[in-house]
Design a protein around this ligand. Sequence first.
Ligand SMILES: Cc1cc2nc3c(=O)[nH]c(=O)nc-3n(C[C@H](O)[C@H](O)[C@H](O)COP(=O)(O)O)c2cc1C
Length: 196
Amino acid sequence: MGFFNQLFGRKSKEEQKMNEKLNIGIILGSTRQGRVSPQVGSWVKEIADKRGDANYEIIDIADFKLPFLGEADSPGIAAWNEKLNSLDGFIFIVQEYNHSITGALKNALDLAREPWNNKAAGIVSYGSTGGARAAEHLRGIMGELMIADVRVHPTLSLFTDFENGTVFKPQDLHLDNVNAMIDQVISWSGALKTIR
Ligand SMILES: Cc1cc2nc3c(=O)[nH]c(=O)nc-3n(C[C@H](O)[C@H](O)[C@H](O)COP(=O)(O)O)c2cc1C
């Protein structure tokens, strides 16, 4: 069959799958009422959508009503795993809580295993020091989950990229960095798709 496909220039199912656009989830790390993460996520999605190189989707952990791991069974856990299975890569919107990521994001990370494996991820973080400490914690967790985290990491300041810490007004200088991060996520997500 492979021989005839080659002869007639037909693409195998495998090749067709590889040529499909990648699905990249922009995961909002906070679930707090009054959170600013949806503003940051929408800004990243707007930049990403302009590229037209992948399907970008905002994933809100709050929508899944996840219980704490081991506390209860819930349809949200299956839906969460199913959603992650449909994605080829991730962009985490990370906010710094006590020098780390939110409990909600850690719990959501713990509630899946294989659906994270052999995929790539980038981080956009914010906080008083750009959310850098939270992002570095997340990198350690991603190592265990076999998520390949890319180097370029846009860091947003609560002081200079937000008004009163609540209204998101990003400085223009971040635009190149966000695109460079997405370049790497796309490249690695495509490469890792070949080994899944
Ligand atoms: C419990 C808690 C702890 C926080 N700890 C830090 C911190 O360690 N470093 C920091 O830069 N900002 C810290 N902040 C400020 C948050 O980064 C800021 O409120 C941010 O807007 C939170 O993201 P969100 O609005 O999307 O939830 C903390 C906020 C909360 C609620």
